[in-house]
Write a protein that binds this ligand. Structure first.
Ligand code: ATP
Length: 292
């Protein structure tokens, strides 16, 4: 549904995207992650046909987003970081005006209900909060029942309930077969929604793969306060120290915690503040950009 191969894009002599490749399959939520300025929005803009690639290939639904722009636009929805709305139109007027040039559009109330904005239908756009404007954006992006949806930081500014509502919408759309390319700075969001991901840094992909598989290869952590009078060398597993807190990295953190607890029991010690964490996308993210 989305294929990117050796994609390169520069602004003047600044290379924002440096030969990246990835693909998203039908009904998949693919997360494109990376810190500010990594090149995520640029990649989406090329895929949406807003900008030409300098080199490499971008294909959406097997089509060239520049040459076949009209066909691609008809079957894709997009939610960019900055939306341009008319401030004096109401929410429902905004949706109705978009429906006028969206083929096979959903009824306005359906799009607004999906985006959790039905109760604000009569409100003027200028009176919406930041998070509500994101919801209006979402309603417009899914109006044309797109096969491919580009969501660039869709939940920024939303309250926790609205974020959860948006996740449900994304999951439901993916279950119906919509392919979704998502960028987000909320790594828990990516971890919950995406089946595969790529982490970009300074225009390059520094880590990529299936979400579950990639996290399964990452080490988890066990941390605790080092008991008084004990030196790190006496522990049964190697640790790194940060102040009084010892952290042990382990493929199976539950097993490591058991070993540490039985060692402590034998010695009559308590491991205060014990925390056992499986690998998170955040660890992978920080490691990926740290090694870049
Ligand atoms: N129109 C432009 N002209 C010049 N430089 C640009 C332009 N658009 C983006 N850039 C630069 O290209 C780089 C990549 O920007 P891009 O918006 O793709 O990053 P991003 O990963 O989406 O970042 P963020 O997470 O902050 O949204 C940045 O250094 C940015 O300053």
């Amino acid at each position: 549904m989305i294929q990117v191969n050796g994609l390169t894009k520069s602004y003047g002599d600044f290379q924002a995207v440096k030969g990246i490749s990835f693909e998203a399959l039908p009904g998949e939520v693919f997360a494109l992650l990376g810190r500010n300025g990594a090149g995520k929005t640029t990649t989406i803009e090329v895929l949406a046909g807003f900008q030409p690639a300098d080199a490499g290939q971008a294909r959406v639904l097997g089509l060239d987003p520049m040459k076949d722009r009209r066909q691609v636009r008809r079957r894709t929805g997009i939610m960019l970081q900055e939306a341009g709305f008319f401030p004096d139109l109401t929410v429902v007027q905004t949706v109705e005006s978009w429906r006028a040039f969206t083929p096979a559009a959903r009824p306005a109330h359906e799009a607004l209900e999906l985006a959790g904005l039905l109760d604000r239908s009569a409100t003027k756009v200028r009176q919406l909060s930041g998070g509500e404007k994101r919801r209006l954006d979402l309603a417009l992006a899914l109006l044309g029942r797109p096969d491919v949806l580009f969501l660039d930081e869709p939940t920024t500014g939303m309250d926790p309930e609205a974020r959860r509502n948006t996740w449900e919408v994304v999951r439901a759309l993916a279950a119906e077969g919509t392919t979704i390319l998502l960028t987000t700075h909320y790594l828990d969001e990516a971890q919950r929604l995406a089946t595969r991901m790529a982490i970009m840094d300074r225009g390059e992909i520094v880590a990529s793969g299936g979400m579950a598989e990639t996290l399964a290869t990452q080490a988890g952590r066990v941390s605790f306060e080092l008991p008084e009078g004990i030196s790190p060398q006496e522990l049964p597993l190697p640790v790194t120290m940060a102040g009084a807190v010892a952290t042990c990295r382990a493929e199976d953190p539950d097993l490591a915690a058991q070993r540490l607890l039985s060692w402590a029991a034998e010695k009559g010690l308590r491991l205060r503040g014990l925390e056992v964490r499986t690998a998170s996308l955040e660890d992978l993210f920080l490691e990926g950009i740290g090694n870049a």
